[in-house]
Design a binder for this molecule. Structure first.
Ligand SMILES: [Fe+2]
Length: 163
């Protein structure tokens, strides 16, 4: 993930430089994690080489967090160039704040939307959603509230979304 992390910070644009610099400072302290559901059954052959997340603040029983916080999970999602994180859902409510361009996002019945850096993306509990990176890495800050203990699971796809 380190190679992708550095590239994603370089790809961050049109968001406050101080935020990107702060993430760069945190970088060496981050612990990269992967959803165990995807580790057991990867969505595609290259997914696990191009997907990871790191918790900045979160519950003590989750992946290692820089700050223990039982009421929310806050961290970063990182996808490698061209990675496709297919339709999935979880009971927590989720907000993403995008830091890089060219990422595409899908929610409910779609369609794909290209979201610019600095976009806020809301996923209601159990809403199906998907993300795919463009030619550069995709980096986004996520925030979870609600059921923090239940990992996301892949959901039945609709035509043109899975794969
Ligand atoms: Fe999600």
């Amino acid at each position: 993930m380190c190679r992708l992390w550095e590239a994603s910070l370089r790809a961050a644009s049109d968001v406050p430089r101080a935020l990107v610099a702060a993430l760069g400072t945190l970088g060496p302290s981050l612990s990269w994690a992967q959803n165990p559901n995807y580790r057991r059954r990867p969505p595609d052959a290259t997914f696990l080489d191009n997907y990871g997340y790191a918790v900045i603040a979160g519950p003590v029983d989750g992946p290692p967090a820089l700050v223990v916080e039982p009421r929310l999970a806050l961290g970063v999602l990182l996808l490698g160039p061209g990675a496709h994180y297919p339709l999935h859902a979880h009971p927590a409510v989720e907000i993403y704040y995008t830091l890089t361009r060219d990422g595409e996002w899908w929610r409910d019945d779609g369609p794909w939307r290209q979201e610019p850096p600095g976009a806020l993306i809301h996923h209601a509990p159990n809403a199906r959603h998907a993300t795919r990176a463009g030619a550069s890495p995709l980096l986004a800050i996520y925030l979870w509230r609600g059921d923090l203990a239940t990992h996301a699971t892949l959901t039945a796809g609709v035509r043109g979304v899975t794969g």
